[in-house]
Design a protein. Structure first.
Length: 364
């Protein structure tokens, strides 16, 4: 029995040692499974980074460590080579390979500053002097309707002027101050003059920055994403922001209005009279089945609920797809017998009525 107990403790020790050597569970940290795609990993990191940033969790003493673990997990699993090494031997194998990183994944998604500065910065009413800021750069980000339906990650390179130390000094923090001068016994004059500080000199060096932008499902034209401190620099303050504004390319099949989609389908006169079955190819490749047994007139419209665009706030909700039918008439001529046959089949009286359609009137 003693030998059996010793053997159990030995096995337990091996399992414990194996867990220690394996290191951190990067998949568990990001909350994804081992078959997750690169886009799923990016989406998970971007969502969790906003929730776990130390600026938003100042009451948690472990916030910095958790955030560093999240960054290490993303840096490893978003790199195909590092991920392959990690999958084979865990973090220990990754450390042996010693490829290193040094990047800032949070900055690639949100910019070089903290996106939470509006919530945790100083209040100017408390006596803090306002820090000057460089100009914002606003750019249009053109995306397809397909990207707005399923989502996508766009990688971009941004050439940013970065301030570096230089020789000498310069005048900085210049401001207007009121100064009192004595003009004689009992006589004073108050004048306004410019006062500056002496600061170390600087120069601007252009650096290449790697940024990633998530096109989230359901985003609409005009929505903006801000990369903090990636805009124009300011000699005596902070850089401005880089703002990307969503713009949608025109689509050949669909028109978007809110969360709804509109499309037109042309059918033959025979299909309009006898009915038809067809499929409309959707933005993600799935097919929407459309069928009619009744007569379909030009301009008739049907609704397919749940086949529109995903709602931006709740991707589980979808708008409506509206399908409007155009009827293509035959271009050939009918002979007398064919005309009589059509009249007999339709059994419809001749009707000719003029009315103001543009004014909203209808034929009566």
């Amino acid at each position: 029995m003693n030998y059996l107990a010793i053997w159990k403790y030995f096995l337990f020790g091996l399992v414990f040692l194996d867990d220690c050597l394996a290191g951190r569970d990067f998949y568990g940290i990001l909350g994804v499974n081992k078959r997750a795609s690169t886009n799923e990993i990016k989406k998970a990191y971007r969502r969790m980074a906003k929730e776990m940033h130390p600026d938003k969790n100042q009451d948690d003493p472990d916030a910095n460590e958790k955030f560093q673990d999240l960054g290490a997990a993303y840096e490893t699993l978003s790199d195909p080579e590092k991920r392959k090494i990690y999958d084979k031997g865990g973090e220990e194998a990754l450390n042996r390979d010693a490829q290193g990183g040094g990047g800032d994944p949070f900055a690639s998604f949100f910019g070089g500053g903290s996106p939470f500065g509006d919530f945790f910065g100083f209040d100017n009413d408390q006596g803090e002097r306002e820090i000057p800021k460089g100009a914002d750069i606003t750019m249009d980000m053109w995306v397809s309707l397909e990207e707005l339906y399923v989502g996508n990650f766009v990688e971009m390179t941004h050439n940013k002027p970065v301030m570096k130390p230089a020789k000498g000094t310069r005048k900085c923090n210049c401001r207007q101050e009121m100064v009192t001068r004595s003009l004689g016994p009992g006589r004073f004059q108050m004048i306004q003059q410019q006062v500056c500080d002496d600061c170390p000199n600087v120069k601007f060096v252009t650096e290449e920055r790697h940024l990633e932008f998530e096109v989230e499902p359901g985003m609409m034209d005009g929505m903006e994403h801000k990369f903090v401190s990636e805009g124009e620099p300011h000699m005596d303050g902070e850089p401005g922001d880089l703002v990307l504004r969503i713009r949608t390319y025109p689509h050949q099949r669909f028109e978007r209005r809110g969360d709804d989609l509109y499309t037109n389908v042309t059918i033959s006169l025979m299909d309009a009279l006898t009915g038809f079955d067809m499929d409309v190819l959707h933005l993600d490749g799935h097919k929407v089945h459309v069928s009619r047994e009744k007569v379909t007139w030009p301009g008739a419209r049907i609704r397919k609920k749940g086949e529109g665009m995903p709602n931006y706030e709740n991707n589980n909700l979808f708008g409506t797809l509206y399908v409007t039918f155009d009827v293509e008439f035959p271009k050939g001529e009918l002979d007398t017998d064919q005309k009589k046959l059509v009249k007999d089949i339709l059994n419809q009286e001749s009707k000719t009525l003029a009315y103001n359609g543009l004014g909203g009137f209808k034929a009566s």
